[in-house]
Design a protein around this ligand. Sequence first.
Ligand SMILES: Cc1ncc(COP(=O)(O)O)c(C=O)c1O
Length: 457
Amino acid sequence: MPERRIILPGAKMPTAWYNIMADMPTPPAPYLHPATREPLTPDALTPIFPMSLIEQEVSTQRWVDMPGDVVEALRQYRTTPLLRALRLEKALGTPARIYYKYEGQSPTGSHKSNTAIAQAYYNKQAGIKRLATETGAGQWGSALSLACNWFGMDCTVYMVKVSFHQKPYRKTMMRMWGAEVFASPSDKTHAGRDILAKDPESLGSLGVAISEAVEDAATHDDTNYSLGSVLNHVLMHQTIIGLECIEQFDMVGEYPDVIVGCCGGGSNFGGLVFPFLGQKLRGEAKKDTRYIGVEPAACPTLTRGQYRFDYGDVAQTTPLVLMYTLGHNFMPAGIHAGGLRYHGMSALISQFVKEGRIEASAYPQNPVFQAADLFAKAEGLIPAPESAHAVKGAIDEALKAKETGEEKVILIGLSGHGFLDLGAYENYLDGKLVDFALPEDELCRALGELPEIDLKM
Ligand SMILES: Cc1ncc(COP(=O)(O)O)c(C=O)c1O
């Protein structure tokens, strides 16, 4: 019988993060100051980030040791299991061997706790009393609320309005862990009030909620800002996922041919893929693995966006990042995978896609929910709508393997569970889910508002 649950003993949990910037053939472009458009100096970020995290953002050191308190907190739920999807394989009739790395067993329900714990720790060390952040579906806000609670800090969460109403129990979780939660756009900030003045019915977006949280942090001395994705240090904190996975595959003598993950800002995908990609870049990989990032067709950053410098938020307060973007003014449709409704993408993931080292694909939400349905019936687990994108991408790869008869090994990044997304599943079961096709003129409008910056600088 093949091993179904591959469990790495807690004592073998990695205690250093992997930094892929040490192995990149071309270093990433510097971030630019939003006002001067000159390369950003570290001190420009100190009003909202602690120096320890700013240093991690630009570090090229291959291994970064985790502080003891972070290791201790991560051990609350790590290591996470690698599971063989035997029933899904059978349901598909594929010769592929499908595995999934399950991050939904963290207390908050997703991979987001992996960086929330690290970020809360470093901010606490810097004497910060409160963290402000945005959240889409609520997974990141939940993760930061609990981490702040563990490290004795307050937490303010600006939750994208459409998700605030779609997922009310997420708000309850955050409040249970001591956070205050506002629907964004809110009347608490200039950025929120500006948007509400233009559009009182605004559904909100991650780009808007980020503007509110950054403004809150920048205008309070005891408060910093914390971002749940996109930034280099966030992806580095998530590499614990891929590092565990490499060891787990070693335990059963396997190695993935294809790794599929969902991409919002790129953190769970980067965290899973980078340790494997690093092996490839160093010439140490056992296979020429393909990596596929899956995104919603309603917010197709990697597949229909442009590789340009852009702001991370609507109010243009964040640094300019060279990344795939749909334009900072892009307002995605109110799809249920709220964590994938972001106009931009991690600079590192973007660069690897541009270089042809990482592939990307996009699906509308109905086929994604059908894939989640099949997965739930076979494996029992109900994935988060974000993670369901990875499931859909992996099922398509498994069906291709069925056609060709290839026995490939497919790894799915199952970033979280969907137990608080049941309203979305209810809509799906009732046939009420709408597929939003993004019209070309809407995309052109948002891309037309990108800042003009010479890529050769
Ligand atoms: C379960 C889950 N997966 C994936 C994502 C997407 O974020 P990222 O691309 O940073 O992993 C989110 C974001 O909220 C999420 O909640």
